[in-house]
Design a protein around this ligand. Structure first.
Ligand code: S3P
Length: 426
């Protein structure tokens, strides 16, 4: 499916962004591991989160949706049953990695697979420590790629030092550790998103921290909760970037998640000269949130080093777009993880923005963009990656002429209705 975008008039108005995708996945999975009725609202009704729900259904977990209100009747991990067939995680690595962690503790065999993109993504990072805990797991390419066959149960706690700063790996180990004998200690990985830790604490897990870089989880029964899910800052980021780049814009975004492990994009925007005002900061269900006000700004180039990447990992393609409109050089380093996301996001954004006239050069772990340049409309490709598709749509709003984006349907992975939302703000 193709979508066509042209230069935007100023974006004005108030918008509620879709619920957080990471937190929605966790609400479903932790709710399924807990005892009692978990209610999560609003739950993100996107393809990725539906993949999680459909896997849980296959595992015998009872849940219901009433519009965007999810109810899960958890019976603890012992209530999970062997699925009749393969579990399909679709495009969602969060579904595959977190469920693999949970299934490593279940005494039956599961096979979990996904679409072409997911079957190319690295799984050795979870398979190795989960096997060390005692789960039998095999996969393609020397156990490093999906489909994964997991025969779980009889886990023992381990100490694991994180090699990549990945919330998905950390979460897989926490969900296995919840079901293991003894202590599971995770060292490092402290700067990746911490939604799992926050929700586990709300649900009564035995999780303790020693300094910023070590945590220990022990077996415990999770208690069901009512969870109020904030707006997804990674979805908000596309609208924020559009408002910053299209002169005369002014947007109000209410109830956006402002967890510091996710909000790195806002501080980089600040360094680029954009002003995003946070109002009404509050914390609900252990997750900070607030209302954001943003308008058009003159941007300057910025250097973003590796230590800042985890808190804005999914927003990096947008930095390339914004770099095209900023005066001077925008340099991103230490973002090699982007090469193993839904697409190789470094290659994808560089190739596609170059078609629109960007002065951008790919590096092994990032890119260098020189600006400002006048972007021009072009025929570009999403690479089947929702965040690339939406970043290109934002670029199109400040380009001359029309941009046609093919493979547009992938935006339903995280932000169904994105094109309509943009349209309604103009
Ligand atoms: C996610 C973690 C990040 C992020 C992904 C969602 C999560 O991946 O890129 O979109 O929900 O835990 P990594 O943890 O692999 O960096």
């Amino acid at each position: 499916m193709e979508a066509t975008f042209a230069a935007a008039r100023p974006l004005r108005g108030e918008v509620t962004v879709p619920p957080d995708k990471s937190i929605s996945h966790r609400a479903a999975i932790l709710g399924a591991l807990a005892e009692g009725r978990t209610v999560a609202k609003p739950f993100l009704l996107s393809e990725d989160c539906m993949s999680t729900l459909s896997c849980l259904h296959s595992l015998g977990v009872e849940w219901g949706l009433d519009a965007d209100r999810l109810t899960i009747d958890g019976k603890g991990p012992d209530g999970w049953r062997r699925a009749g067939g393969e579990l399909d995680a679709g495009n969602s690595a969060t579904t595959m990695r977190l469920l693999a962690g949970a299934l490593a503790g279940r005494p039956f065999t599961s096979v979990i697979t996904g679409d072409d993109s997911l079957r190319r993504r690295p799984m050795g990072r979870i398979v190795e420590p989960l096997r060390r805990m005692g789960a039998e797991i095999t996969g393609e390419e020397n156990n490093s790629k999906p489909p994964l066959t997991i025969h779980g149960g009889g886990l023992e706690g381990i100490e694991h030092r994180m090699e990549v700063d990945s919330a998905q790996v950390k979460s897989a180990l926490l969900l296995a550790g919840l079901q293991a004998e003894g202590e599971t200690r995770i060292l490092g990985g402290g700067s990746s998103r911490d939604h799992t830790e926050r929700m586990l604490l709300l649900m009564g897990a035995d999780l303790t921290f020693a300094g910023e870089d070590a945590m220990t989880v022990r077996r415990a029964t999770l208690q069901a909760r009512e969870l109020d899910i904030p707006g997804d800052i990674s979805s908000a980021a596309f609208l924020i970037a559009a408002a910053v780049m299209v002169p005369g814009s002014r947007l109000l975004l209410s109830g956006v998640g402002l967890n510091p492990t996710r909000a790195g994009f806002l501080s980089v925007l600040n360094s680029m000269g954009a002003l995003v005002t946070e109002n009404n900061y509050r914390e609900t269900d252990n997750e900070p949130r607030g209302d954001l006000e943003v308008g058009g700004a003159r941007l300057s180039g910025v250097e973003v080093e590796g230590w800042r990447i985890p808190a804005l990992i999914d927003e990096v393609p947008l930095l390339a777009v914004m770099g095209c409109r900023a005066r001077g050089e925008t340099v991103v380093r230490g973002a090699g993880e982007l090469r193993v996301k839904e697409s190789d996001r470094i290659a994808a954004i560089c190739v596609e923005l170059a078609k629109m006239g960007a002065d951008i050069a790919e590096t092994p772990d990032g890119f260098v963009v020189r600006g400002p340049v006048s972007l021009r409309g072009a025929h570009v490709e999403s690479h089947g990656d929702h965040r690339i598709a939406m970043a290109l749509a934002v670029a199109a709003l400040c380009a001359e002429g029309e941009t046609v984006i093919s493979g547009w349907e992938c935006v339903n992975i995280s932000f169904p209705g994105f094109a309509r939302t943009l349209h309604d703000l103009r």
